[in-house]
Design a binder for this molecule. Structure first.
Ligand SMILES: *[C@@H]1O[C@H](CO)[C@@H](O)[C@H](O)[C@H]1NC(C)=O
Length: 335
């Protein structure tokens, strides 16, 4: 007899009365074992929806559509949100403000994407949604905002009430590291749940994709009373001319995070050879997405399910625009 069999017989002898063969289990004991899963935290909402505002144009410099009223969402932002466990409702920026605000009632947070449009109806849509998000927080709800690249630039203009606040930087199409501001407390920020090894690599490796011509320097942000009282600077980066710009901020009061970089590109965009796709770079995408959705789960909004379904991004199909070897790989178009 092998040792294992001896041990098994010994076990049966010792605890004869407690060992049951699978066929001897009662239905009861099976069902009761399945109820041992603890209920998810009832204070959180586990069906969060993120609104993404559509940006003017086709996202492909006319290769997909030249319609004057066309707007788009690069699919990378949608995948970014979905990969972290939320669904997306497009907030179509060309629709009347009344419609936009109604759709805002269906979501648990908003993401403003990258792009180039800094004025006109698009800027107005961002402003109205951003103000409403702060109002919701002030009224007791929890309503997170992510402003990515242009999204952060526009929030900077809105908070400072100065449309000329931005400065020019040379940071188009390059990967960079992130430098944490000295004595920054990352608790409660997007970086809180980054594993320590990844936090370290952020400042040594080039895990961050940059693609912008504008931004704001730490000195200009800090010198502006409205900006410095609203934002805390978490990280900075250095551009091609050794000029330092603010790269990650969070609001001191509101669940607002701004990125002068592209967390969504690492995992989901392939049009530039500069985009980092290493395992660490993908981990950055995932952790940044996780934080947005974890914040959205704190929202108190419980929208009508039917209205959510009618407005989900699943009612639209993305177009493959990246075959030209540049720009976004897939975009959702809204005409
Ligand atoms: C948009 O206009 C440009 C320039 O006239 C043209 O080359 C392109 O084919 C047009 N795009 C579409 C989708 O028709």
């Amino acid at each position: 007899m092998s040792n294992a069999v001896v041990f098994f017989l010994l076990l049966i002898t010792i605890s004869h009365s407690t060992i049951l063969l699978p066929s001897q289990h009662h239905r009861d004991s099976l069902t009761s074992s399945s109820t041992t899963c603890p209920a998810p935290d009832p204070n959180l909402y586990h069906r969060p929806v993120i609104g993404i505002l559509t940006h003017p144009g086709d996202g492909a410099t006319g290769r997909l559509s030249n319609a004057t009223d066309v707007s788009n969402i690069p699919a990378s932002y949608v995948k970014f949100v979905e990969a972290a466990g939320a669904r997306v409702i497009p907030l179509i920026s060309t629709e009347p403000h009344e419609t936009l605000l109604k759709k805002l009632e269906l979501v648990n947070g908003v993401l403003f994407t990258g792009g180039w449009a800094k004025d006109g109806p698009y800027f107005e849509s961002v402003r109205i949604i951003f103000k409403k998000a702060l109002e919701k927080y002030d009224a007791g709800d929890y309503f997170p905002i992510y402003g990515i690249c242009l999204g952060f630039e526009l929030i900077t203009m809105i908070v400072s009430e100065d449309n000329n606040i931005l400065e020019e930087f040379a940071a188009a199409n390059e990967a960079s590291s992130l430098q944490f501001v000295e004595n920054t407390n990352i608790e409660g920020s997007v970086f809180q749940r980054f594993p320590p090894d990844l936090i370290k690599k952020l400042s040594t490796d080039c895990l961050i994709m940059q693609n912008h011509h504008y931004g704001i320097s730490p000195s200009k942000l800090l010198a502006n009373e409205k900006l410095s009282s609203f934002f805390e600077i978490l990280t900075t980066c250095t551009d091609g001319n050794d000029k330092v710009y603010v790269s990650t901020v969070r609001s001191r009061k509101y669940p607002v995070t701004g990125f002068q970089w592209h967390p969504e590109k690492n995992a989901f965009e392939w049009g530039s050879a500069k985009i980092p796709h290493t395992e660490d770079a993908i981990r950055v995408t995932q952790h940044v997405a996780n934080f947005l959705v974890s914040e959205a789960r704190k929202s108190l909004n419980r929208p009508v399910a039917r209205e959510v379904l009618d407005n989900l991004i699943y009612n639209y199909k993305p177009t493959y625009g990246g075959k030209a070897g540049k720009g976004y790989d897939e975009v959702y178009l809204f005409e």
